[in-house]
Design a protein around this ligand. Sequence first.
Ligand code: NAP
Length: 541
Amino acid sequence: MKNQSKNESLQHEVIIIGAGVSGIYQLYRLLDEGVNVTVLEAGGGPGGTWYWNRYPGARFDSESYSYGYSFSKELLDEWDWSEHFAGQPETLSYLEHVVKKFDLKKHMQFNCKVDSAHFDDESNSWKVNLNDGRVLTTRYLLTAIGMLSAPTMPIIDGVENFKGESFHTYNWPHDPVDLKGKRVGVLGTGATAVQIIAEIADKVDELTVFQRRPNWCAPLHNSKISDEDQAKIHASYDDIFARCKETPGGFIHGPDRRKFDEVSEEDRLAFWEELYSSPGFGVWIGNFRDVLVEKHANAAFTEFIADKIRSRVNDPVTAEKLIPKDHGFGTRRVPLETRYYEAYNRDNVHLIDLNDTPIERITPAGIKCSDKEYELDVIIYATGFDAITGAFDRIEFTGVGGQKLSDKWYEGPITYLGLQTAGFPNLITIAGPQGGSVSTNFPRGIEEAVDWATDLFRHLRSHGYTRVEPTQEAEEEWDAHVKKTYEYSLLTTTKSWFTGYNSNVENHDKLRYLIYNGGTPRYRQRLQQVVADDYQGFALR
Ligand code: NAP
């Protein structure tokens, strides 16, 4: 079905916002369908997350070969990952390679930020306003804007007064930053900070880490891919992707079928030692199937990990500060690390517990805590993101009757399947809130969402429809279902971006249901069922 677009009065049939992992693949699929499509990208090149996050130590914690696209055998055959968990430069090269190979760049507009988009109820189309003053029109608007693409700075007095260099990790400069001989402060101890701290500890003069809440971290165990392993990986891509399809998170790791209480203490410990010394997320999502559900099972594993931290950090006082006391293992995103805890054994690395000595303000010379001022040359803000909905809030989307999406989602997003929201026809939210991709090995989830959206376009075109939106009832039912998926886990026992919290964003101080936690197999089944039922829950006109 390769027919050209028939929307003569509109500039485009589809506009995709974002040239990251989702946008690249969605563009590829739509071009293949002969759709008149353009991609608008705020960055100076493709790559999304991997274009922006250039901070030292940035790398995958999904196995490289499970992260790449699966749609092209030729692409799989020709690309060799050099490490089991590739670093940011390699991942960016990979995405640039994909763009080049499929000749996608000419359909992408860079340095092109979308300020607002307004739905016109009469013509069933979107008007998209860009920061350069241009206005583009399109039948369908597709957001591929990422879930961790709206960085948040801490709300602390004086941030603008610091006289040294300072960066949010997401906006790390493209030119190398020389940290040698510098006094560096890192604010935050999430997955990003953990990578940076481990990477720069032995390269800077003094490293001071300002920690509000520690996280449960576990070893990544990265290594180079040998020629022998490379051959094995290439020969087993079908199995790798089949495996990712059957696990709840789209990773090669899936839960062990046994329950915690079914296994003797001796076997349990042996299993946990094996998990702790194996690469990747197995320690988190390959554990006994009730470790993230049953409190006593979680408490036992949490203690196991606490002992690991104690065994790796020489100073017992520092070790205790690095051990979370407010949440169990795996209830927040587990940062994977390479000698992170050992960094604190160095004389030049200092841990400041902000619970003991809170930050009062940023000064021209550094960071003033309640006890003293820390003089710094560089401050690194590893303070995270307005996750999942933040990128939507930063564009003014206006739907039917002038309703603003940011108003509709103020108390939390509500969607149908994470792919559309009522009152905003023809707006398709690939990898949007409450979708299946958000809690998965991202490319695995997005490939499914993109394939589904492409089938939807084909369906709309072949039936001559020009408008698609979910019904209110379908949306409410999905929202209730998403909320239910939170009941089966311990996620809600703590605050993190998984549960919609961010202390630096207004109104993000309560539980918001951003993620579908039902697992990819169930999500996939549901999408298939909706299609089989003639797009049940969608109003097509
Ligand atoms: P994050 O997990 O949200 O961590 C932000 C950190 O900043 C937290 O330690 C937070 O403390 C601290 N913070 C925020 N505001 C603060 C303030 N005003 N004062 C003091 N501390 C403050 O963000 P992230 O580390 O950037 O990671 C976000 C997500 O990105 C990860 O969960 C992961 O999904 C993804 N990521 C992936 C990779 C990878 O694939 N390898 C690498 C990095 C990140 P509290 O904990 O107390 O709030």
